[in-house]
Design a protein around this ligand. Structure first.
Ligand SMILES: NC(=O)c1ccc[n+]([C@@H]2O[C@H](COP(=O)([O-])OP(=O)(O)OC[C@H]3O[C@@H](n4cnc5c(N)ncnc54)[C@H](O)[C@@H]3O)[C@@H](O)[C@H]2O)c1
Ligand SMILES: CC(C)=CCC/C(C)=C/C=C/C(C)=C/C=C/C(C)=C/C=C/C=C(C)/C=C/C=C(C)/C=C/C=C(\C)CCC=C(C)C
Length: 504
């Protein structure tokens, strides 16, 4: 007997990866249901409101909103469902406050950034130029081709014949890491530490473990498409994608927690399906999981032994730390005139990768004041933290540890915002436990990081999995963390699944 089908494709999770997959499939004519365990869409790209403040959950430095080229994947994902968002250009990507008074601002203008970095390291002026120019080479290859699934051979042939040099260029960079390129041109130890931080602040690993292709994207796109903040907050991206999905005929269900993926039986009689926490079972031709690979294979595929491909991947990649997050509301006087929106603070290079070592700060109200009551700013401060730090504590000990950690972070921030503590109006503290609880991410992880030196991006799995008709999308698939990166993963997954359904 033919199995009942509820949709062509079920997508588990409405993070940006899941939503881009769903919208891409819907506009190609597939019937799609997105199942989201939380109350709103967006996952790490979501938001919450408290006391008149509109806080971004995680992502706040947004790549992919440019208006030209092919790498502006957020603009493109929205346009595919006839949506767009007004964005506010950020003139400085990051203001670094590093040991030995190394104060560097990464200006939107490439030449200004290269000039100022060269002024600080005059003996390395040439090396600096050569290093960042090589990153542009990678970016120019990416930005010259249509970005779809590398698992779909017709696309690969097409893109290769359309632009063989860009494809060969990318193929050459796929196994490389940023550190190898930096060391070709630069020998100053402090400058190499700076390049490590340039990588660490988005890849959570130093340059020698950061894929060159991702470095090329980040170090060039910030000057090309630029960093642009969505007016109304980062949550608008998911809101608009979800709206576009509805208009394209797709459906999204909230409060719909998937507890189990039911794989296709060997007899091929039964369609692949999912079971929800309320006991309901839904069937589809294909299931796409936007949960992390760890959650997908260890929690959702309950009866299946862990496939060898996943075992191999887990030996090459581990979970990155999660974050300790302080969502602060402060009086405007706390923020000095002319301050940049994003800051990185580190006092001692030895602490860069340590628990609560590097501090990330984002003040989105400098770009969009409407996110806070008049006369106030949002200061979102976060620092890497491991789940182990926050387990096995009594409720009272957990609360006390949170308060202490928050106080320590605020004290360190006084170095750049001396009036911060005096101007504090609201504080909400999130730990790895909060990230696990609200985002459904194993140990609240920010995503996969290589266990040793990786072969660039070659070790990252694509969207197809070893379980027939089950696909993965999001930051535990190629090319990894970042909203623009998971948007790529969504375009690739949507394209691959559409191809297997005969829709492209
Ligand atoms: N740019 C920044 O500042 C910044 C900061 C933090 C995170 N990020 C990035 O944001 C990206 C997040 O994108 P993503 O698409 O990979 O995923 P995501 O984790 O944001 O979204 C996954 C979604 O799936 C839902 N979900 C999980 N398990 C489920 C289940 N069993 N049933 C139903 N729903 C379930 C979650 O609630 C969530 O909405 C990450 O790549 C991260 O790197 C960026
Ligand atoms: C045919 C032949 C011969 C060959 C073939 C080859 C090819 C074609 C290849 C291709 C490839 C590709 C397509 C690739 C792609 C890639 C991509 C798209 C990538 C992307 C990336 C992106 C990224 C990485 C991004 C990221 C970002 C991030 C993560 C961010 C973050 C941030 C944060 C965390 C924040 C911070 C700070 C403060 C606040 C200060």
């Amino acid at each position: 007997m033919q199995q009942r089908l509820d949709a062509d494709v079920i997508v588990i999770g409405s993070g940006i990866g899941g939503l881009v997959t769903a919208t891409q499939l819907a506009v190609k004519g597939a019937s799609v249901i997105v199942l989201e365990r939380y109350l709103i869409a967006g996952g790490s790209g979501g938001y919450f409101e408290r006391n008149g403040y509109h806080f971004d959950v995680g992502a706040s430095m947004i790549f992919g909103f440019g208006d030209h080229g092919t790498t502006n994947l957020l603009t493109r994902a929205l346009a595919a469902v006839h949506m767009q968002i007004e964005t506010i250009p950020d003139p400085v990507q990051i203001h670094y406050h590093l040991p030995n008074n190394l104060e560097i601002e990464v200006h939107r203008d490439y030449e200004q950034f290269i000039q100022e970095l060269g002024d600080r390291f005059p003996h390395e002026r040439e090396g600096i130029r050569k290093f960042y120019d090589e990153c542009w080479k990678i970016f120019n290859c990416l930005n010259a081709i249509e970005l779809l699934s590398l698992e779909e051979w017709r696309y690969l042939m097409r893109v290769f014949f359309q632009n063989p040099f860009a494809c060969l260029g990318l193929a050459a960079y796929l196994p490389q890491n940023v550190g190898d390129i930096a060391r070709k041109y630069i020998s100053d130890g402090e400058l190499l530490q700076f390049i490590d931080m340039e990588c660490y602040c988005w890849s959570v690993v130093p340059a020698e473990r950061t894929p060159a292709i991702n470095g090329g994207m980040v170090f060039s796109d910030r000057h090309y498409g630029g960093i642009n903040y969505p007016k109304g907050g980062v949550g608008k991206i998911a809101e608009k994608l979800a709206e576009g999905l509805g208009k394209a005929g797709g459906e999204i269900r909230y409060g719909a927690r998937v507890t189990e993926i039911i794989p296709k039986a060997k007899s091929e009689q039964q369609a692949i399906g999912v079971k929800l926490a309320n006991g309901e079972i839904l069937y589809a031709k294909k299931v796409v999981s936007n949960a992390t690979r760890w959650d997908t294979f260890s929690n959702l595929l309950k009866s299946e032994p862990l496939p060898n491909s996943e075992k191999n991947w887990r030996s090459r990649y581990q979970q990155s730390p999660s974050f300790l997050s302080l969502h602060l509301g402060v009086e405007a006087a706390a923020i000095p005139e002319g301050a940049a929106c994003h800051h990185i603070l580190l006092e001692d290079w030895a602490d860069m990768e340590k628990e609560q070592g590097t501090i990330f700060v984002s003040i989105p109200t400098l770009l969009d004041p409407s996110l806070a009551p008049t006369g106030y700013h949002i200061v979102h401060t976060f620092t890497p933290s491991w789940m182990q730090e926050w387990q096995d504590l009594s409720p009272a000990a957990y609360e006390e540890k949170k308060e202490l950690a928050a106080k320590k972070l605020c004290d360190r921030l006084l170095a750049i915002f001396p009036k911060l503590e005096a101007c504090l109006d609201y504080q909400e503290i999130g730990t790895p436990r909060s990230h696990r609880r609200f985002l459904g991410r194993s140990n609240g992880t920010y995503g996969p990081i290589p266990t040793g030196k990786p072969w660039g991006l070659l070790g990252m799995p694509f969207n197809r999995t070893s379980v027939p008709d089950l696909y993965c999308v999001g930051d535990s698939t190629f090319p990894g963390q970042g909203l623009n990166a998971v948007a790529f993963s969504g375009f690739a997954c949507g394209h691959l699944v559409a191809a297997t359904l005969g829709l492209v």
